[in-house]
Design a protein around this ligand. Structure first.
Ligand code: SAM
Length: 213
């Protein structure tokens, strides 16, 4: 197998996609899954405009750390931490960036609360893999954000989405789901059409702020 998607999704006998999530084999066998080294995400610039001072940044589903490094270079957070579910991925990321803190955990696990509190927590390119556990993620994130902190979700949305359509469909469906969330309100949405891995996709950064009662 040498395609990223072979490790991530599979089809059942009814030809329906299900999440296989063989993350360790993926990172053992593929040098740069999803070509993240060249992923032209708009989030680093959005964060650079949003935060005028130093801020603490935490990335959920950090992969090999390429996106986090761009946030570090462009938006200049004073501290950065990140977490990924795959031990192999975190071993490789730690070799690449020994100066940064990496943690192995699922973002749905309560144990990530002990990592600290942050001005910005970002879920980058990972929404499809955790979409059935969004309530747990929102709960973890709201507990880890500082009072005026921001939850940033960066994702490309497909016109031909084939997975998780019962949770939401496309950007519009996701925004409708967010509008019902009682802990967060949407403060900014920036969407750009980008060319990545041979096709045009909508890269979208959504900034959410905590609703204080
Ligand atoms: C598209 S990659 C993210 C890329 C990354 N932000 C970068 O800059 O390279 C998605 C990542 O989500 C991770 N992942 C999937 N499910 C997860 C979970 N429940 N908790 C934490 N990480 C998860 C995968 O291991 C994978 O590294």
């Amino acid at each position: 197998m040498n395609n990223t998607q072979d490790y991530v999704f599979s089809r059942n006998k009814n030809d329906k996609l299900y999440l296989k999530g063989d993350w360790n084999s993926l990172y053992l066998n593929i040098d740069d899954p999803w070509n993240m080294k060249e992923f032209p995400s708009g989030l680093p610039n959005v964060l650079n405009e949003f935060f005028s001072d130093d801020f603490d940044y935490f990335e959920l589903g950090c992969g090999l750390g390429y996106h986090m490094k761009r946030v570090y270079d462009v938006a200049k957070p004073c501290t950065t931490s990140r977490v990924d579910i795959s031990e192999v991925c975190i071993e490789r990321a730690t070799e690449k960036y020994p100066q940064f803190n990496f943690f192995v955990s699922s973002v749905t696990d309560r144990k990530i609360l002990s990592i600290g509190t942050f001005d910005c927590i970002a879920l980058v390119g990972t929404l499809w893999y955790v979409m059935y556990d969004l309530d747990r993620i929102f709960d973890n994130v709201r507990r880890m954000l500082k009072p005026s902190g921001v939850f940033a979700i960066n994702q490309t949305f497909l016109l031909d989405q084939e997975y998780g359509n019962d949770v939401f469909e496309g950007l519009h469906g996701f925004l409708a789901l967010l509008s019902k969330n009682r802990f967060f309100s949407t403060s900014k949405i920036i969407s750009n059409r980008i060319f990545h891995e041979g096709k045009f996709v909508m890269d979208t950064a959504i900034l959410l702020e905590v609703i204080h009662e």
